[in-house]
Design a protein around this ligand. Structure first.
Ligand SMILES: Nc1ncnc2c1ncn2[C@@H]1O[C@H](COP(=O)(O)OP(=O)(O)OP(=O)(O)O)[C@@H](O)[C@H]1O
Ligand SMILES: [Mg+2]
Length: 437
Protein backbone atom coordinates (compact mmCIF):
# COMPACT_ATOMS: atom_id res chain seq x y z
CA UNK A 1 0.00 0.00 0.00
CA UNK A 2 1.43 3.37 -1.00
CA UNK A 3 1.69 6.33 1.35
CA UNK A 4 -0.95 8.13 -0.69
CA UNK A 5 -3.44 5.24 -0.42
CA UNK A 6 -2.82 5.10 3.33
CA UNK A 7 -3.57 8.77 3.68
CA UNK A 8 -6.82 8.41 1.70
CA UNK A 9 -7.96 5.52 3.93
CA UNK A 10 -6.98 7.47 7.06
CA UNK A 11 -8.92 10.53 5.92
CA UNK A 12 -12.02 8.47 5.08
CA UNK A 13 -11.83 6.75 8.47
CA UNK A 14 -11.50 10.07 10.22
CA UNK A 15 -14.53 11.56 8.44
CA UNK A 16 -16.54 8.43 9.25
CA UNK A 17 -15.43 8.80 12.88
CA UNK A 18 -16.51 12.48 12.99
CA UNK A 19 -19.99 11.46 11.88
CA UNK A 20 -20.10 8.66 14.46
CA UNK A 21 -19.30 11.23 17.18
CA UNK A 22 -21.85 13.63 15.72
CA UNK A 23 -24.63 11.02 15.95
CA UNK A 24 -23.41 9.88 19.36
CA UNK A 25 -23.81 13.42 20.70
CA UNK A 26 -27.61 12.97 20.69
CA UNK A 27 -27.41 9.98 23.04
CA UNK A 28 -24.91 11.88 25.22
CA UNK A 29 -27.36 14.78 25.49
CA UNK A 30 -30.16 12.35 26.25
CA UNK A 31 -28.08 10.83 29.05
CA UNK A 32 -26.77 14.17 30.34
CA UNK A 33 -29.36 16.85 29.48
CA UNK A 34 -27.13 19.56 31.06
CA UNK A 35 -24.93 19.32 27.95
CA UNK A 36 -27.68 20.98 25.99
CA UNK A 37 -26.35 24.18 27.64
CA UNK A 38 -23.36 24.12 25.25
CA UNK A 39 -25.79 24.27 22.33
CA UNK A 40 -27.85 27.02 23.96
CA UNK A 41 -24.72 29.12 24.58
CA UNK A 42 -23.55 28.47 21.04
CA UNK A 43 -26.91 29.46 19.53
CA UNK A 44 -26.91 32.61 21.67
CA UNK A 45 -23.49 33.58 20.33
CA UNK A 46 -24.64 32.77 16.78
CA UNK A 47 -27.66 35.02 17.31
CA UNK A 48 -25.54 37.91 18.59
CA UNK A 49 -23.08 37.55 15.72
CA UNK A 50 -26.02 37.22 13.30
CA UNK A 51 -27.57 40.45 14.56
CA UNK A 52 -24.23 42.21 14.24
CA UNK A 53 -23.77 40.94 10.67
CA UNK A 54 -27.30 41.89 9.81
CA UNK A 55 -26.72 45.41 11.12
CA UNK A 56 -23.40 45.68 9.19
CA UNK A 57 -25.11 44.36 6.06
CA UNK A 58 -27.77 47.05 6.31
CA UNK A 59 -25.11 49.74 6.69
CA UNK A 60 -22.93 48.19 3.93
CA UNK A 61 -25.87 48.19 1.50
CA UNK A 62 -25.69 52.00 1.64
CA UNK A 63 -22.00 52.12 0.55
CA UNK A 64 -19.88 50.42 -2.10
CA UNK A 65 -16.42 49.87 -0.46
CA UNK A 66 -14.40 46.59 -0.28
CA UNK A 67 -15.33 46.17 3.40
CA UNK A 68 -18.95 46.57 2.47
CA UNK A 69 -18.49 43.70 -0.02
CA UNK A 70 -17.00 41.50 2.73
CA UNK A 71 -19.88 42.33 5.05
CA UNK A 72 -22.39 41.41 2.34
CA UNK A 73 -20.54 38.12 1.80
CA UNK A 74 -20.59 37.43 5.56
CA UNK A 75 -24.35 38.05 5.55
CA UNK A 76 -24.87 35.50 2.76
CA UNK A 77 -22.58 32.84 4.35
CA UNK A 78 -23.26 33.26 8.05
CA UNK A 79 -26.06 30.70 8.00
CA UNK A 80 -23.70 28.09 6.57
CA UNK A 81 -21.01 28.92 9.13
CA UNK A 82 -23.57 28.68 11.90
CA UNK A 83 -24.52 25.17 10.75
CA UNK A 84 -20.85 24.15 10.45
CA UNK A 85 -20.27 25.48 13.94
CA UNK A 86 -23.22 23.50 15.28
CA UNK A 87 -21.74 20.35 13.73
CA UNK A 88 -18.43 21.07 15.50
CA UNK A 89 -20.18 21.65 18.84
CA UNK A 90 -22.12 18.38 18.50
CA UNK A 91 -18.97 16.46 17.52
CA UNK A 92 -17.25 17.93 20.59
CA UNK A 93 -20.17 16.80 22.79
CA UNK A 94 -19.99 13.32 21.23
CA UNK A 95 -16.24 13.04 21.81
CA UNK A 96 -15.35 11.16 24.98
CA UNK A 97 -12.74 12.66 27.26
CA UNK A 98 -9.21 11.39 26.67
CA UNK A 99 -9.98 10.00 23.22
CA UNK A 100 -6.86 11.55 21.67
CA UNK A 101 -4.66 10.18 24.47
CA UNK A 102 -6.28 6.75 24.10
CA UNK A 103 -5.70 6.76 20.34
CA UNK A 104 -2.03 7.66 20.81
CA UNK A 105 -1.54 5.06 23.54
CA UNK A 106 -3.01 2.28 21.37
CA UNK A 107 -1.05 3.48 18.37
CA UNK A 108 2.20 3.39 20.38
CA UNK A 109 1.27 -0.09 21.63
CA UNK A 110 1.16 -1.26 18.00
CA UNK A 111 -2.59 -1.96 17.83
CA UNK A 112 -2.95 -0.64 14.29
CA UNK A 113 -4.47 -1.70 10.98
CA UNK A 114 -2.66 -1.94 7.63
CA UNK A 115 -3.11 1.79 7.12
CA UNK A 116 -1.27 2.42 10.40
CA UNK A 117 -4.39 3.67 12.23
CA UNK A 118 -5.29 2.70 15.78
CA UNK A 119 -8.88 2.05 17.00
CA UNK A 120 -10.95 5.10 17.87
CA UNK A 121 -12.58 5.57 21.24
CA UNK A 122 -16.32 6.18 20.82
CA UNK A 123 -17.44 6.24 24.42
CA UNK A 124 -16.36 5.47 27.95
CA UNK A 125 -18.83 4.94 30.78
CA UNK A 126 -19.41 3.01 34.01
CA UNK A 127 -20.95 -0.44 33.67
CA UNK A 128 -24.46 -0.33 35.11
CA UNK A 129 -24.14 -3.89 36.47
CA UNK A 130 -20.65 -3.58 37.98
CA UNK A 131 -19.82 -0.08 39.26
CA UNK A 132 -16.07 -0.79 39.47
CA UNK A 133 -15.97 -1.52 35.76
CA UNK A 134 -15.58 1.01 32.97
CA UNK A 135 -16.83 0.08 29.52
CA UNK A 136 -14.69 1.44 26.69
CA UNK A 137 -16.41 1.35 23.32
CA UNK A 138 -14.14 1.44 20.27
CA UNK A 139 -14.59 1.72 16.53
CA UNK A 140 -12.18 -1.15 15.82
CA UNK A 141 -10.87 0.32 12.57
CA UNK A 142 -10.84 -3.11 10.92
CA UNK A 143 -8.66 -4.63 13.64
CA UNK A 144 -10.27 -8.02 14.45
CA UNK A 145 -11.10 -8.99 18.05
CA UNK A 146 -8.57 -11.86 17.91
CA UNK A 147 -5.76 -9.32 17.46
CA UNK A 148 -7.03 -7.35 20.46
CA UNK A 149 -7.06 -10.52 22.50
CA UNK A 150 -3.52 -11.51 21.60
CA UNK A 151 -2.38 -7.99 22.51
CA UNK A 152 -4.40 -7.82 25.73
CA UNK A 153 -1.38 -7.35 28.00
CA UNK A 154 0.03 -4.59 25.78
CA UNK A 155 -3.34 -2.78 25.72
CA UNK A 156 -3.59 -3.08 29.51
CA UNK A 157 -0.13 -1.54 29.84
CA UNK A 158 -0.87 1.25 27.35
CA UNK A 159 -4.17 2.29 28.95
CA UNK A 160 -3.16 1.47 32.54
CA UNK A 161 -6.14 -0.84 33.04
CA UNK A 162 -6.89 -4.46 33.83
CA UNK A 163 -9.21 -5.96 31.24
CA UNK A 164 -12.04 -8.22 32.36
CA UNK A 165 -13.29 -9.04 28.88
CA UNK A 166 -13.43 -7.80 25.29
CA UNK A 167 -16.44 -8.49 23.10
CA UNK A 168 -18.05 -7.49 19.83
CA UNK A 169 -21.18 -5.35 20.18
CA UNK A 170 -23.77 -3.61 18.02
CA UNK A 171 -23.65 -6.24 15.29
CA UNK A 172 -19.81 -6.38 15.23
CA UNK A 173 -19.58 -2.65 14.57
CA UNK A 174 -17.83 -1.83 17.85
CA UNK A 175 -15.58 -3.60 20.31
CA UNK A 176 -16.38 -3.22 24.00
CA UNK A 177 -13.59 -3.46 26.53
CA UNK A 178 -14.66 -4.04 30.14
CA UNK A 179 -11.89 -2.94 32.47
CA UNK A 180 -10.93 -1.59 35.87
CA UNK A 181 -8.00 0.72 36.62
CA UNK A 182 -4.75 -1.25 36.89
CA UNK A 183 -4.53 -0.34 40.56
CA UNK A 184 -8.03 -1.78 41.03
CA UNK A 185 -6.85 -5.28 40.11
CA UNK A 186 -8.24 -8.15 42.18
CA UNK A 187 -7.04 -8.29 45.79
CA UNK A 188 -4.81 -11.23 46.71
CA UNK A 189 -6.84 -12.03 49.81
CA UNK A 190 -10.62 -12.10 50.16
CA UNK A 191 -11.77 -13.64 53.43
CA UNK A 192 -15.12 -15.43 53.23
CA UNK A 193 -18.06 -13.85 54.98
CA UNK A 194 -21.39 -15.54 55.56
CA UNK A 195 -23.23 -12.69 53.88
CA UNK A 196 -21.73 -13.86 50.56
CA UNK A 197 -23.77 -17.08 50.74
CA UNK A 198 -26.12 -17.08 47.77
CA UNK A 199 -29.85 -17.24 48.44
CA UNK A 200 -30.47 -18.87 45.08
CA UNK A 201 -31.11 -22.56 44.81
CA UNK A 202 -28.52 -24.20 44.26
CA UNK A 203 -25.95 -21.53 43.64
CA UNK A 204 -22.46 -21.75 45.09
CA UNK A 205 -20.12 -18.76 45.22
CA UNK A 206 -16.47 -19.22 44.25
CA UNK A 207 -14.96 -15.77 44.54
CA UNK A 208 -14.85 -12.27 43.16
CA UNK A 209 -14.02 -11.43 39.57
CA UNK A 210 -13.45 -7.94 38.19
CA UNK A 211 -17.07 -7.67 37.09
CA UNK A 212 -18.56 -9.15 40.27
CA UNK A 213 -19.06 -12.46 42.06
CA UNK A 214 -18.28 -15.70 40.23
CA UNK A 215 -20.82 -18.42 40.94
CA UNK A 216 -21.91 -21.83 39.75
CA UNK A 217 -25.47 -23.05 39.95
CA UNK A 218 -25.47 -26.84 40.28
CA UNK A 219 -29.14 -26.94 39.26
CA UNK A 220 -28.02 -25.93 35.75
CA UNK A 221 -24.30 -26.79 35.59
CA UNK A 222 -24.20 -29.91 37.74
CA UNK A 223 -20.52 -30.80 38.07
CA UNK A 224 -17.31 -28.90 38.77
CA UNK A 225 -13.69 -29.62 37.91
CA UNK A 226 -10.94 -27.68 39.69
CA UNK A 227 -7.37 -27.74 38.42
CA UNK A 228 -4.13 -26.13 39.45
CA UNK A 229 -0.61 -26.96 40.44
CA UNK A 230 0.31 -27.66 44.04
CA UNK A 231 -0.38 -24.74 46.37
CA UNK A 232 -2.65 -22.96 43.89
CA UNK A 233 -5.62 -23.10 46.28
CA UNK A 234 -7.72 -26.06 45.03
CA UNK A 235 -8.35 -27.63 48.42
CA UNK A 236 -9.40 -24.31 49.94
CA UNK A 237 -11.78 -23.66 47.02
CA UNK A 238 -13.14 -27.21 47.12
CA UNK A 239 -13.88 -26.86 50.83
CA UNK A 240 -15.47 -23.44 50.26
CA UNK A 241 -17.90 -25.07 47.82
CA UNK A 242 -18.58 -28.05 50.09
CA UNK A 243 -19.22 -25.76 53.08
CA UNK A 244 -21.87 -23.91 51.05
CA UNK A 245 -23.40 -27.18 49.82
CA UNK A 246 -23.69 -28.34 53.46
CA UNK A 247 -25.27 -25.03 54.47
CA UNK A 248 -27.81 -25.44 51.71
CA UNK A 249 -28.78 -28.83 53.05
CA UNK A 250 -26.90 -31.12 50.65
CA UNK A 251 -25.36 -34.40 51.76
CA UNK A 252 -21.64 -34.37 51.09
CA UNK A 253 -19.55 -37.47 50.37
CA UNK A 254 -15.79 -37.06 50.26
CA UNK A 255 -13.11 -39.39 48.90
CA UNK A 256 -9.85 -38.41 50.56
CA UNK A 257 -6.93 -40.32 49.10
CA UNK A 258 -4.30 -37.91 50.35
CA UNK A 259 -3.86 -39.46 53.75
CA UNK A 260 -6.53 -37.46 55.55
CA UNK A 261 -4.38 -34.31 55.88
CA UNK A 262 -6.73 -32.01 54.01
CA UNK A 263 -9.98 -32.75 55.79
CA UNK A 264 -9.92 -32.15 59.51
CA UNK A 265 -12.07 -33.98 62.06
CA UNK A 266 -14.92 -31.49 61.67
CA UNK A 267 -15.44 -32.67 58.08
CA UNK A 268 -15.60 -36.26 59.26
CA UNK A 269 -18.52 -35.29 61.51
CA UNK A 270 -20.45 -33.45 58.84
CA UNK A 271 -19.71 -35.51 55.73
CA UNK A 272 -19.38 -39.12 54.75
CA UNK A 273 -15.71 -39.87 54.22
CA UNK A 274 -13.91 -42.71 52.51
CA UNK A 275 -10.20 -43.40 52.31
CA UNK A 276 -9.76 -46.50 50.17
CA UNK A 277 -11.00 -47.94 46.88
CA UNK A 278 -13.46 -50.58 48.12
CA UNK A 279 -15.26 -48.05 50.32
CA UNK A 280 -15.23 -45.62 47.45
CA UNK A 281 -16.86 -48.14 45.12
CA UNK A 282 -19.55 -48.81 47.77
CA UNK A 283 -20.11 -45.07 48.19
CA UNK A 284 -20.46 -44.47 44.45
CA UNK A 285 -22.67 -47.55 44.06
CA UNK A 286 -24.96 -46.11 46.72
CA UNK A 287 -25.11 -42.80 44.85
CA UNK A 288 -25.85 -44.49 41.52
CA UNK A 289 -28.59 -46.57 43.23
CA UNK A 290 -30.09 -43.33 44.58
CA UNK A 291 -29.97 -41.92 41.09
CA UNK A 292 -31.85 -44.93 39.69
CA UNK A 293 -34.45 -44.79 42.50
CA UNK A 294 -35.04 -41.10 41.88
CA UNK A 295 -35.29 -41.73 38.15
CA UNK A 296 -38.19 -44.14 38.81
CA UNK A 297 -39.95 -41.85 41.30
CA UNK A 298 -39.60 -38.81 39.07
CA UNK A 299 -40.99 -40.77 36.11
CA UNK A 300 -44.02 -41.83 38.13
CA UNK A 301 -44.78 -38.24 39.10
CA UNK A 302 -43.74 -36.75 35.77
CA UNK A 303 -41.14 -34.47 37.40
CA UNK A 304 -38.29 -33.31 35.18
CA UNK A 305 -35.85 -32.67 38.00
CA UNK A 306 -35.36 -32.68 41.75
CA UNK A 307 -36.73 -29.17 42.29
CA UNK A 308 -39.91 -29.94 40.37
CA UNK A 309 -40.32 -33.20 42.29
CA UNK A 310 -39.80 -31.54 45.69
CA UNK A 311 -42.27 -28.83 44.84
CA UNK A 312 -44.93 -31.14 43.45
CA UNK A 313 -44.65 -33.68 46.25
CA UNK A 314 -44.00 -31.26 49.10
CA UNK A 315 -40.87 -33.28 49.93
CA UNK A 316 -37.35 -32.14 50.64
CA UNK A 317 -35.14 -34.67 48.86
CA UNK A 318 -31.57 -33.51 49.44
CA UNK A 319 -28.94 -33.02 46.77
CA UNK A 320 -25.82 -35.20 47.02
CA UNK A 321 -22.36 -33.85 46.33
CA UNK A 322 -19.49 -36.25 45.79
CA UNK A 323 -16.08 -34.59 46.14
CA UNK A 324 -12.58 -35.83 45.54
CA UNK A 325 -9.57 -33.63 46.21
CA UNK A 326 -7.12 -35.48 43.97
CA UNK A 327 -8.82 -37.44 41.21
CA UNK A 328 -5.46 -38.66 39.97
CA UNK A 329 -4.83 -40.56 43.21
CA UNK A 330 -8.23 -42.17 42.81
CA UNK A 331 -8.11 -43.09 39.11
CA UNK A 332 -4.44 -43.66 38.29
CA UNK A 333 -4.01 -47.25 37.11
CA UNK A 334 -0.22 -47.27 36.76
CA UNK A 335 1.46 -50.12 38.61
CA UNK A 336 -1.83 -51.73 39.68
CA UNK A 337 -2.64 -55.46 39.63
CA UNK A 338 -5.35 -56.78 37.33
CA UNK A 339 -7.92 -56.87 40.17
CA UNK A 340 -7.06 -53.34 41.26
CA UNK A 341 -7.38 -52.09 37.69
CA UNK A 342 -10.79 -53.77 37.48
CA UNK A 343 -11.83 -51.99 40.68
CA UNK A 344 -10.71 -48.60 39.33
CA UNK A 345 -12.60 -49.26 36.08
CA UNK A 346 -15.76 -49.91 38.09
CA UNK A 347 -15.19 -46.64 39.99
CA UNK A 348 -14.76 -44.82 36.68
CA UNK A 349 -17.98 -46.40 35.40
CA UNK A 350 -19.99 -45.15 38.40
CA UNK A 351 -18.47 -41.66 38.18
CA UNK A 352 -19.28 -41.56 34.51
CA UNK A 353 -22.94 -42.49 35.16
CA UNK A 354 -23.23 -39.68 37.72
CA UNK A 355 -21.48 -37.25 35.35
CA UNK A 356 -23.95 -38.08 32.55
CA UNK A 357 -27.20 -38.30 34.48
CA UNK A 358 -26.67 -36.60 37.85
CA UNK A 359 -28.08 -33.15 37.09
CA UNK A 360 -31.81 -33.87 37.04
CA UNK A 361 -31.57 -36.16 40.07
CA UNK A 362 -29.55 -33.74 42.22
CA UNK A 363 -26.34 -35.79 42.34
CA UNK A 364 -23.20 -33.78 41.68
CA UNK A 365 -19.45 -34.20 41.31
CA UNK A 366 -16.82 -31.72 42.45
CA UNK A 367 -13.40 -33.02 41.47
CA UNK A 368 -9.98 -31.46 41.82
CA UNK A 369 -6.66 -32.38 40.28
CA UNK A 370 -3.11 -31.07 40.08
CA UNK A 371 -1.74 -33.77 37.78
CA UNK A 372 -1.23 -32.76 34.16
CA UNK A 373 -1.98 -36.16 32.73
CA UNK A 374 -4.57 -36.50 29.99
CA UNK A 375 -5.16 -40.17 30.80
CA UNK A 376 -6.20 -39.49 34.41
CA UNK A 377 -9.70 -38.15 33.88
CA UNK A 378 -11.43 -40.21 31.19
CA UNK A 379 -13.18 -38.21 28.45
CA UNK A 380 -16.54 -39.75 29.42
CA UNK A 381 -16.30 -37.98 32.79
CA UNK A 382 -14.46 -34.81 31.79
CA UNK A 383 -16.71 -34.02 28.83
CA UNK A 384 -19.74 -34.03 31.11
CA UNK A 385 -18.19 -31.57 33.53
CA UNK A 386 -18.98 -28.18 32.07
CA UNK A 387 -17.87 -25.91 34.85
CA UNK A 388 -14.11 -26.01 35.00
CA UNK A 389 -11.73 -23.62 36.68
CA UNK A 390 -7.97 -23.67 36.80
CA UNK A 391 -5.53 -21.93 39.10
CA UNK A 392 -1.80 -21.46 38.62
CA UNK A 393 -0.84 -24.13 36.09
CA UNK A 394 1.53 -25.03 33.28
CA UNK A 395 0.39 -25.23 29.67
CA UNK A 396 -0.36 -28.97 29.82
CA UNK A 397 -2.57 -28.82 32.93
CA UNK A 398 -4.33 -25.67 31.70
CA UNK A 399 -5.02 -27.42 28.38
CA UNK A 400 -6.44 -30.48 30.15
CA UNK A 401 -8.74 -28.50 32.42
CA UNK A 402 -9.78 -25.58 30.21
CA UNK A 403 -8.93 -26.83 26.70
CA UNK A 404 -6.72 -23.73 26.38
CA UNK A 405 -3.52 -22.34 27.87
CA UNK A 406 -5.42 -19.44 29.51
CA UNK A 407 -4.45 -20.41 33.08
CA UNK A 408 -0.75 -20.66 32.17
CA UNK A 409 -0.96 -17.28 30.38
CA UNK A 410 -3.09 -15.28 32.81
CA UNK A 411 -2.60 -16.59 36.34
CA UNK A 412 0.58 -15.19 37.92
CA UNK A 413 3.09 -17.83 38.97
CA UNK A 414 2.99 -16.77 42.62
CA UNK A 415 -0.82 -16.49 42.85
CA UNK A 416 -2.78 -18.33 45.52
CA UNK A 417 -6.50 -18.68 45.26
CA UNK A 418 -6.51 -16.98 41.82
CA UNK A 419 -8.41 -18.98 39.19
CA UNK A 420 -9.77 -18.63 35.68
CA UNK A 421 -12.97 -20.15 34.28
CA UNK A 422 -13.31 -21.69 30.84
CA UNK A 423 -14.98 -18.52 29.53
CA UNK A 424 -11.94 -16.49 30.57
CA UNK A 425 -13.21 -14.91 33.83
CA UNK A 426 -10.35 -14.47 36.27
CA UNK A 427 -11.35 -14.42 39.95
CA UNK A 428 -9.91 -14.47 43.44
CA UNK A 429 -11.45 -17.31 45.42
CA UNK A 430 -12.73 -16.51 48.89
CA UNK A 431 -10.41 -17.72 51.60
CA UNK A 432 -12.48 -19.89 53.87
CA UNK A 433 -11.46 -20.71 57.41
CA UNK A 434 -12.53 -24.25 58.33
CA UNK A 435 -12.93 -23.16 61.92
CA UNK A 436 -16.16 -21.47 60.82
CA UNK A 437 -17.71 -24.85 60.06
N1 LIG B 1 -8.45 -18.15 48.15
C1 LIG B 1 -7.24 -18.00 48.70
N2 LIG B 1 -6.81 -16.78 49.03
C2 LIG B 1 -5.60 -16.62 49.59
N3 LIG B 1 -4.74 -17.62 49.85
C3 LIG B 1 -5.12 -18.87 49.54
C4 LIG B 1 -6.38 -19.12 48.95
N4 LIG B 1 -6.48 -20.44 48.74
C5 LIG B 1 -5.34 -20.97 49.17
N5 LIG B 1 -4.51 -20.05 49.67
C6 LIG B 1 -3.20 -20.26 50.27
O1 LIG B 1 -2.53 -21.25 49.52
C7 LIG B 1 -2.20 -22.36 50.34
C8 LIG B 1 -2.35 -23.64 49.57
O2 LIG B 1 -3.72 -23.83 49.27
P1 LIG B 1 -4.31 -25.28 48.98
O3 LIG B 1 -3.89 -26.24 50.02
O4 LIG B 1 -5.75 -25.13 48.76
O5 LIG B 1 -3.54 -25.62 47.64
P2 LIG B 1 -3.74 -26.89 46.71
O6 LIG B 1 -3.94 -26.40 45.34
O7 LIG B 1 -4.81 -27.75 47.28
O8 LIG B 1 -2.34 -27.60 46.81
P3 LIG B 1 -2.07 -29.20 46.71
O9 LIG B 1 -2.33 -29.55 45.29
O10 LIG B 1 -0.63 -29.31 47.08
O11 LIG B 1 -3.00 -29.87 47.66
C9 LIG B 1 -3.13 -22.25 51.54
O12 LIG B 1 -2.55 -22.79 52.68
C10 LIG B 1 -3.34 -20.78 51.69
O13 LIG B 1 -2.31 -20.20 52.46
MG1 LIG C 1 -4.85 -29.63 48.02
Amino acid sequence: MTQNEREIISRKTYIHYLFQRFFRSFSVIKATPAKVLFIVVYLFIVMLVGLQIHQSYYEASLTDSFFAFLEKAAFVCHGLFALGGLFVVLVAIGTPRGSRRTYEALWSAGLTNHGGDAPLLLSKCKDTHAPRVTVWEFAPNKIPLEVWQTKQTTIEGALDITIAKMVWAKGRKVIRVYAVPAAGDLPSLLPWQDKYLSKRNFELVLGEGITGPVTVNLAYVPHVLLGGSTGSGKSVLLKLLLMQALRKGAKVYIADFKGGVDFRAIWHQKCRMCFEEHDLLDMLTELVDKLEQRKKSFQVFGAANIDEYNEAEGTDLPRYVFACDEVAEMLDKTGLTKEQKELVSQIEGKLSTIARQGRAFGIHLILATQRPDATIIPGQIKNNIDFRVCGRADNVLSQIILDSTAAADQIPKDARGRFITRDGTVFQAFLFDEGEL
